[in-house]
Design a protein around this ligand. Structure first.
Ligand code: GLU
Length: 303
């Protein structure tokens, strides 16, 4: 498969979408990002890398971090985690409170409510949560320079009214063991991590390599657990656009409001794409288009 040529063809075809959508501005620090950027990086299990555009520019990974936090927590708690978080698609916005009020436990680990519970589990079990989490992300991506962006985290905390409401509801229902402020601080920090497309595609490679057990630093998952994380990415990875992403692209993945998306083609490759302009559901316009064309051109999808 000539992935490099395919990436170049795709880029020509998606240029008309370059100015559609807008950057997330509910986190003030993210509004400063130049919206007209694009990068895509494929890393194969065999060790080949194909790139196009701004693949070495670090960006705010935001909700993509939820895959790393789920992996970490699942490795510690195993199936006990599911007593506190579900694994059903929510069909509502990532920051919605509606279901939480009725159902008490978050629908899945990729909506904010679920990720806040996951952050709480890590705060309870890790000796040095901030350092341990960052160390895991650095290890899995092979890049020791990856870091939190504390300005973005502080900016989100300052305007984080909805997430604060979610945390209060969780606490009320007995689903947060730590102090609300501590949990939110840690959750915002996790979201503020900056990585490039090259870093991300490498970090997700172990999920593409789903038939192998996962050992990175202190995080150990069986092949079966890796498969299950992929399943949750497939059903819940794209806010209330997970069905549309399955239909258009047909790969498990996770998006973030920083404009990044990482998808995996199990058994073959991991692909990271980034472009900050988002559609109305919070997903990167050019990112989704590029991945749709990738699986159409290559005829490689899980369906
Ligand atoms: N930190 C963001 C929030 O909680 C993450 C949102 C996202 O990327 O989906 O709102």
């Amino acid at each position: 498969m000539n992935y490099q040529q395919i990436l170049e063809d795709i880029y020509d075809e998606i240029k008309p979408y370059a100015h559609q959508g807008k950057v997330a501005d509910y986190i003030p620090a993210l509004a400063k990002v130049n919206p007209d950027q694009f990068g895509i990086c494929i890393t194969t299990i065999k060790g080949d890398t194909y790139t196009l555009g701004q693949v070495d520019t670090p960006f705010s990974i935001q909700s993509i971090t939820k895959v790393f936090s789920l992996a970490y927590s699942f490795s510690i708690l195993g199936d006990m985690l599911w007593q506190r978080v579900g694994k059903e698609p929510s069909g509502t916005a990532f920051n919605s409170l509606i279901q939480l009020e009725v159902e008490n436990i978050p629908r899945n680990p990729f909506i904010n409510a679920g990720a806040i519970v996951v952050a709480d589990t890590l705060l309870s079990h890790l000796k040095s949560p901030e350092e341990d989490y960052l160390e895991f992300v650095r290890t899995i991506s092979g890049n020791p320079r990856i870091d939190y962006n504390r300005e973005v985290a502080a900016s989100e905390k300052e305007k984080g009214y909805l997430n604060t409401a979610i945390a209060n509801l969780l606490k009320y229902h007995g689903n947060l063991n730590n102090d609300i402020d501590d949990v939110l601080r840690f959750y915002f920090l996790q979201c503020s991590i900056e990585m490039s497309c090259r870093d991300l595609s490498k970090a997700f490679l172990p999920f593409a390599n789903h038939k192998c057990a996962f050992h990175f630093g202190n995080v150990h998952l069986t092949a079966s657990q890796v498969k299950r994380i992929n399943a949750i990415m497939q059903t819940c990875g794209f806010y209330d656009e997970a069905g549309e992403f399955s239909y258009l692209v047909g790969l498990p993945g996770k998006s973030g409001v920083g404009g990044g998306i990482n998808a995996v083609y199990p058994g073959r490759y991991s692909v990271a794409v980034w472009s900050p302009r988002l559609n109305s559901k919070g997903n990167s316009v050019m990112g989704i288009k590029a991945l749709e064309l990738l699986t159409t051109r290559t005829r490689e999808s899980i369906f």
